[in-house]
Design a protein around this ligand. Sequence first.
Ligand code: C2E
Ligand code: CA
Ligand code: CA
Ligand code: CA
Length: 276
Amino acid sequence: AKTQQKGSFAFFEPALLERQVALLNLQQDLRQAVERREFRIHYQPILRLEDRSVVGVEALVRWQHPLHGLISPAEFIPLAEESGLICDIDLWVLRGAARQVRLWNAGRAAPLTLNVNLSAQHFEDRRVVGQVRAVLEEEQFSPTLLHLEITESLLMARQAHTVEMLGQLRALGLAVVIDDFGTGYSSLSYLQRFPLDGLKIDRSFIATAQWQPEVLRTIVQLGQHLKMYTVAEGLEDEAQAEHLRALNCEYGQGYFFARPLPAEDLGELLRLPEGP
Ligand code: C2E
Ligand code: CA
Ligand code: CA
Ligand code: CA
């Protein structure tokens, strides 16, 4: 009984209580934020490692909170998943990013591809396929330029259902890539079951490459074996970029090339046309 009392005391500790209240407020604010369109999309370029040309961008959401300023997705995506708001947010990001990339592509010989993150929650019902198709049609964005990023955890549960949904999404003409690869439990035989186009190597493997060079090599070879393209995430310096190129990893992304930036800033950096 004594320890229990101690436990409940801890709950009412002012700092903890403050944190709980803050989180609760944030969750309420999040609902309004969806209605008030308080989100911003930043874009991080993805480069071909062979010639360092920009081939596409990943759209990354931020929350421009009226009081707390710019909030990172690491803080509010978990809240958005808990409250079921994540699906609305993801589709809003898809729409906004498709509109932006279409403008950029209007003046480019080689069109940029667009990578968008899709929470596992979308896979809980079948509507997502129709929703994605509708957004692409409305924004007149070519499905062949869209790459949806999903996480490994999704592949663990309800496999048959997931395989079917991935098939339907890919039938629209878009690509599906596995994000944060290596942080889950997928084995070779496991991955083979899923219709996937690419894998993004989690940045933890890039950062530890000097101690475990074989791990990176194995992941790149795994991708090649499964006929998936590979992207190295979190490249922070020249040595890492060159190392991954030498391993035949096709694409790279990271602060070394550019941080995620607002559309205006990335457009300027890459000298992209603003469109009409
Ligand atoms: P992610 O999809 O793995 O995105 C890559 C994250 O790594 C981004 O963090 C990016 O800013 C960061 N990053 C890129 N290059 C480097 C580097 O060289 N070094 C380091 N240390 N970090 C780098 P960000 O933007 O804070 O996003 C965090 C996570 O939030 C994303 O991880 C993704 O899981 C989630 N997220 C972001 N936008 C969305 C979205 O629109 N929908 C959903 N469902 N999730 C999103
Ligand atoms: Ca991602
Ligand atoms: Ca990632
Ligand atoms: Ca992630």
